[in-house]
Design a protein around this ligand. Structure first.
Ligand SMILES: Nc1ncnc2c1ncn2[C@@H]1O[C@H](COP(=O)(O)OP(=O)(O)OP(=O)(O)O)[C@@H](O)[C@H]1O
Length: 250
């Protein structure tokens, strides 16, 4: 259930209000209300096809909602492009990393930094070095992106997002396809983002990894939010057990 105390669209909050999203006749999001403080860490879980990625895409500006609005730090950003939202501090990573091939790791991150709100080349350069350092990628800075393994491509996705100096970062299954120990390495980086006060919205199927970072968990099913609150309470919610964890009626 949506915790009404967490609802709100004012300064210091990021929210989607009454979000509907249709693809043709398919209703994928139905009246979704989402709201978080700008430095909260929120996890999103739910069965395949629940609408998680579509919600992230709608919040980040990749898709316009069919109805409803998105607000970021007191401003209605519903009609803003993803690029404008990124310059305002709202950035998203993709489930399948999409680096620019033919460019090095460094160049990929530099492109991201230079499309953000940087004032000079020196500032962009500093952001790139900070992002690569934080993501453990300095050693592969001069490697072409297409030669990187999956963990490094995931790190690069994170480094590119970080180089835009986000206030809130939306992570779409950044742990997907990784081994447990690789996912643990990403957890250390994502915890550091949290420590820096960056807000995190993280869709992830590897729940024990997700729960090492988030303070709040949302479960979606069939285009709706079915539970929202403290991770332990959400994971033991009967509706969540039935819809997501495979618990059938007794
Ligand atoms: N661009 C699109 N056009 C048409 N249908 C789409 C599009 N994107 C998503 N869908 C459909 O919307 C539904 C929700 O998809 P979405 O990817 O948001 O779910 P999800 O919860 O992220 O799933 P998963 O955990 O498998 O990634 C699915 O039925 C999907 O086929």
């Amino acid at each position: 259930m949506l915790n009404m105390q967490q609802n709100g669209t004012g300064p210091g909050r990021f929210s989607g209000n009454g979000i509907h999203k249709r693809f043709g006749s398919l209703l994928v999001l139905e009246d979704v209300d989402f709201s978080m403080g700008l430095s909260e860490a929120v996890g999103i879980v739910g069965p395949n096809g629940a609408g998680k990625t579509t919600l992230l895409a709608t919040l980040s500006g990749a898709y316009p909602p069919s109805a409803g609005n998105v607000s970021f730090d007191g401003r209605d950003v519903t009609r803003q492009s993803a690029a404008d939202r990124c310059r305002a501090g709202l950035v998203r990573t993709h489930q399948v990393p999409k680096p620019f091939s033919g460019m090095t790791t460094f160049e990929n991150v530099y492109v991201a930094a230079s499309h953000s709100d940087v004032k000079s080349r020196d500032e962009a350069y500093e952001r790139v070095i900070d992002s690569l350092t934080l993501c453990g990628m300095l050693e592969v800075a001069n490697r072409k992106a297409e030669t990187l393994g999956l963990l490094d491509r995931k790190r690069l996705e994170l480094a590119r997002a970080l180089a835009t100096s986000p206030r809130v970062i939306l992570l779409d299954e950044i742990g997907g396809g990784l081994t447990d120990s690789e996912a643990q390495e990403l957890v250390l980086t994502i915890r550091e983002l949290k420590h820096r006060g960056i807000g995190i919205v993280w869709i992830e199927h590897i729940v024990h990894v997700l729960l090492q970072v988030v303070d709040r968990l949302i479960c979606m099913d069939a285009g709706r939010i079915i539970a929202d609150g403290a991770p332990d309470a959400v994971m033991s919610d009967p509706q969540v057990v039935k819809a997501y964890l495979g618990g059938g009626p007794k």
